[in-house]
Structures are given as structure tokens and as C-alpha cells.
Write a protein that binds this ligand. Sequence first.
Ligand code: MG
Length: 203
Amino acid sequence: MKIICIGRNYPAHAKELNNPVPKEPVVFLKPDTALLPKSMPFFYPSFSKDIHYEAELVVKIDRVGKNISQKFAHKYYSELSVGIDFTARDLQQECKEKGLPWERAKAFDGSAPVGRFIGKDKFQTLSDLNFSLKINGELKQQGNTGNMLFSIDAIIAYVSQFFTLKIGDLIFTGTPEGVGPIAINDSFEAFLEGEKVLDLKIK
Ligand code: MG
């Protein structure tokens, strides 16, 4: 499986990192080794001194597709969760300055913990979904899918032009504002529409 990630999908987050608001989705990939096994803590990697959290709505693909039209994109997923797109901000800054790819900063082992999935049928609409991240009990990020530049279905249509979507692939749909650094011993909790889907310790 692969993990497809969208960057700068919330205008307020693009602004907080001084990035332009994109006209097309910003896309990058993480390999399957980025998926953090369930119940494992996240170990702060030695190659970075500035790992940031980015809480994101995650979509699980459950049907193979290529060149999917936006109108039919909803048929390709039935479950959603919240995940963390861990980012080595120091390495990413270096890559950006040199115009190099971001993989070292974004796609390293364990950089993609994902919570428990919830069937999308439980939600009345997917364009007004709230998700949030608490660290050590304190609310750090609050997102609403209504603020996405590109909706889930628009993302699926866009990325499936380039990559065949396969069963089990995950799409990280971008982070809202409020990203920041993590610290060893932090305790993460992520929520989707008030339901806790992820518990994670930083070691
Ligand atoms: Mg992200």
C-alpha cells in the first residue's frame, strides 16, 4: 500500500508556514514503512531536532481505480480516520531551500500514525466534519473539512490521474492551522466528530 499526502490544503495553515495557497493540490507520498504499527509509540528520530505534528483527516481507499471522476470518487472509500503527518521541519526547510524532494523530512519510518477508522455512513455530510488533536490534554488543532481547498472527492480525482489507487491505500488530506513541535513524553489524542480515534505516546 501507499500513503498519498496533500500539503497546504487549508489556507490558514499555508499562511502560517508562509507558503502560497496552491491552485492545484500539493502531493507527496510516504511508503508503507511510514505507517506506525498500532499500539507502538512514536520514537523521536535522531536525525531531526524539530519534529512537528500535523493532524489530518485520513481516507482509506477500498476499491481499485484510475482516472476517477470527482462525481464517482465517493464510491472508492467508506472509512475515515485521523492521522498525524509527522514532519521533520528542519530537514523540510533545508529541502525547500535547496529545491530538493521532501521525502527525508516527511516519509521516514513511523511518520504516519493513523487512528481507528469510522464508517463514513455515520456522518451526515463529509463537507462539515470536525476533527481535532489534543496534546497532553490541551487542544492544539481543530479542523473542519469545510475549510479544505480541495475536497476528499476532488483529491481522489486529482491524484488518481497520476497514481492507480489500490485497496488499503491511505490519503492524508492536509492539516489545518496550529501545527507545532513535539516533545518526548507527549501524549497525543485525536478525535473525529468528538469520537476518540487515536492515542499515541512520544518516546
Ligand atoms: Mg501534512
